[in-house]
Design a protein. Structure first.
Length: 79
């Protein structure tokens, strides 16, 4: 499992930094993904951000948060 986790971390490290226009959207994904709506994504597209960038950044934040939780669980288990 460590190899796959390391692969995910490497992929995240290689992901391009998000455009500033995505900051509030990505914070919403990070803190309350359940609240993301089609309107949120459409607003980004209307601002000229491509679907590919929106997708890549959304997945990146989701993976980052998953790894953060995994790390916290690992620390808790290790005591």
């Amino acid at each position: 499992m460590a190899d796959r986790t390391d692969d995910l971390r490497a992929t995240l490290a290689a992901t391009a930094a998000p455009p500033p226009e995505l900051a509030s959207y990505l914070e919403k994904v990070r803190s309350r993904a359940y609240a993301i709506s089609d309107a949120d994504v459409q607003a980004l597209k209307d601002a000229g951000i491509s679907e590919d960038v929106i997708f890549e950044q959304t997945i990146g934040i989701a993976i980052e948060q998953g790894l953060r939780r995994l790390d916290a669980a690992t620390r808790a288990i290790a005591g």
